[in-house]
Design a protein around this ligand. Structure first.
Ligand SMILES: [Zn+2]
Ligand SMILES: [Zn+2]
Length: 224
């Protein structure tokens, strides 16, 4: 651990830049090239720690159930429909761009125009493909989760792990800040277990008692 010269918060000693305020924390003044390299190394370090590993779990403390909540996203059927609609739109987009592009290329037209057509068609296909791939993944994951209550799974990159309960989709979110350092926390899953993880220091990790969490979740649902 080292302490930021500017904001006095503690962070991992492998980092050069403070993850809280962005201040440079090197022993001496860095050159432009050194600074650039340090930024790359920081990013790499953060990414390498961006998913749960066995050694993190070994040191996990017991989480407080007050620190996690299930937020309803919507009905599972509606979410599945949305995903299907996006797959359909992605596929249509790809076809719609390929067809005119293919036709145009067989016409006797200006070679510069041909290039424009190829580039535009390529961009549209790439966009369509990325929509398709992520939504095919989401559709599959939802299907799998549908079969089993409380199967915890990360479905979308920018959202917490989710689960399905009596036809509705819920996202797990962290409610409080890290008891160790006061920064934001987020939820991760591994082997269908739930962990609350500190967003700046991954050794601040808390395992959720899943059985107890399910109990309290069901109680809250029934009270409504
Ligand atoms: Zn700082
Ligand atoms: Zn922390």
């Amino acid at each position: 651990m080292k302490t930021c010269k500017k904001c006095n918060k503690e962070f991992d000693e492998n980092l050069t830049f403070c993850p809280f305020c962005g201040a440079e924390n090197a022993d001496r003044k860095l050159t432009y090239i050194e600074r650039k390299k340090a930024r790359e190394e920081d990013t790499e370090f953060m990414l390498s720690k961006a998913s749960i590993q066995q050694r993190d779990i070994d040191s996990a403390k017991q989480a407080n159930l007050e620190d996690i909540k299930a937020q309803k996203i919507g009905d599972l059927k509606a979410e599945q429909k949305k995903s299907f609609a996006r797959i359909f739109a992605g596929a249509t987009l790809m076809l719609c761009s390929l067809l005119p592009a293919w036709l145009l290329l067989h016409e006797d037209i200006n070679p510069n125009l041909k290039w424009v057509v190829i580039v535009v068609a390529f961009l549209v296909v790439a966009t369509g493909a990325s929509v398709l791939i992520s939504d095919i993944y989401i559709t599959r994951a939802l299907k799998e989760m549908e079969k089993q209550d409380f199967m915890v799974k990360k479905v979308q990159f920018n959202k917490g792990p989710m689960f399905v309960y009596s036809g509705a989709l819920y996202e797990l979110v962290a409610k409080n800040t890290c008891p160790c350092c006061g920064t934001e926390m987020h939820i991760e899953d591994l082997d269908n277990d739930i962990y609350i993880v500190c967003s700046t220091n991954r050794s601040h990790i808390y395992k959720v008692d899943k059985e107890a969490f399910i109990e309290s979740f069901k109680d809250k649902i029934e009270q409504k």
